[in-house]
Design a protein around this ligand. Structure first.
Ligand code: FE2
Length: 407
């Protein structure tokens, strides 16, 4: 196929892209037609596929199962009741619904956190099956997520290790939910030691609280640095960082930069969950995306929750996630908005340690076409992904909205 007239990643000039056997063969200002099928985009933006670097697919579409009060703690309590009665078909149906919605909006890579602190392995089994089934449509990475704590939940270590043997890609953690500060430190030591011995990825729900004494991150980063595995370690949420003193941040930044770990912010969920114990003024509870980025650290964005006890809305649309992140992170210059697609594309690919990602000759022909000329207009006008190409095949197609005014 020959795709004509695309603005690749906000380039001001149009390009043609020649695809052969699912691979990008040539990118040039003009590629002559050689009898292939032609798709003329007529001047639309092409970016790499969206990467959702943090999503809970086992809990999705369960908002009506148990009613949450809007805090992280209430969400966990609700899910504790729900997860006792899960079935493989229920988890599968809900997760598939969420993946289909995300894929229809341009997502092709998802890192999902699956709760292993359960009386059964139902959710993990369902997700491992779905991962295999969808591998040519959407790449799903599974993190074994200890929702109730590694040291505070009986047999949790055995459950994580069993999940890795069954096919999970990575190890999670939740230091701010452990019973004690010592357990928090112990859990981070365990996660890094296990990652070193198994080669697994690491993605920790780290300090997702407004409590400025929650400091799981310093142990995670220091141990990742010592082990030399920073590039495959991610710290998700880190919302306590919003409340750290600048003096402590100054000390913390030293180990963060040296470790080179990745960060995942979840703007929709954390603007909803944080500040719930505050009177007025209520803190935003958003990690310091701007400062981390300016320090050269990788920050990607995730949807986190779709219609579950932690967040009643969401549909997997990473443009919505970016839109919220830009607002609460005060990243609203023209250039910041124009380049914000990177939080859910290149930066996400780095967090997930993807290889061969991006629109380049020799890479798989995987990209999305947005209904705009540049990403500034995508964000401002909430434009849709018109096409999603995965290895040269169209896996999702959306008709552009047509609006008419009569004046
Ligand atoms: Fe999460």
């Amino acid at each position: 196929m020959l795709i004509k007239n695309a603005y690749i990643e906000n380039d001001k000039n149009l390009s043609d892209i020649l695809i052969k056997d699912g691979v990008i063969k040539k990118i040039a200002r003009s590629v002559p037609q050689g009898g292939e099928e032609v798709l003329d985009l007529g001047g639309k933006l092409m970016i790499p596929p969206y990467v959702d670097s943090h999503l809970h697919l086992d809990t999705t579409h369960s908002v009506d199962y148990a009613l949450s009060k809007g805090t992280l703690w209430s969400g966990i309590a609700c899910w504790n009741e729900t997860k006792k009665n899960l079935t493989v078909s229920d988890v599968r149906e809900r997760a598939l619904r969420a993946v289909r919605a995300a894929v229809s909006r341009g997502v092709q890579h998802i890192r999902t956190h699956i709760d292993v602190c359960a009386p059964n392995t139902t959710a993990l089994e369902a997700m491992l099956d779905l991962k295999r089934e969808l591998r040519d449509i959407c790449n799903i990475q599974i993190i074994a997520f200890p929702q109730e704590g590694i040291l505070s939940f009986k047999d949790c270590k055995a459950r994580i290790e069993s999940a890795l043997r069954a096919g999970a890609d990575g190890i999670g953690g939740i230091p701010h939910y452990e019973y004690t500060r010592e357990y928090s430190v112990g859990s981070m030591n365990y996660v890094i030691d296990l990652a070193v011995s198994t080669g697994a990825l690491v993605d920790v729900h780290c300090d997702e609280t407004d409590d400025d004494s929650s400091r799981g991150l310093e142990t995670l980063a220091a141990r990742a640095l010592e082990a030399g595995i920073g590039e495959r370690v991610a710290a998700s949420h880190t919302t306590a960082m919003h409340s750290y003193s600048d003096a402590y941040m100054n000390r913390l930044m030293r180990v963060l930069i040296r470790s080179g770990i990745n960060f995942v912010a979840n703007p929709l969920i954390n603007i909803h969950l944080q500040g719930r114990f505050d009177g007025y003024p209520k803190r935003r509870g958003f990690t310091r995306v701007k400062e981390l980025t300016e320090a050269g650290l990788n920050v990607s964005f995730g949807q986190d929750d779709v219609k579950d006890p932690w967040y009643p809305m969401g549909n997997g649309n990473m443009t919505d996630v970016i839109h919220m992140g830009l607002h609460i992170g005060h990243m609203t210059t023209y250039g910041e908005i124009l380049n914000s697609y990177k939080f859910a594309t290149h930066n996400g690919a780095k967090t997930l340690c993807l290889k061969g990602y991006g629109i380049a000759e020799g890479n798989a022909a995987s990209f999305i076409v947005m209904d705009a000329e540049n990403f500034f207009d995508v964000v401002c006008d909430k434009r849709e992904a018109l096409y999603s190409f995965n290895k040269g095949k169209i896996i999702a197609r959306t008709e552009a909205a047509k609006r008419t005014v009569y004046f």
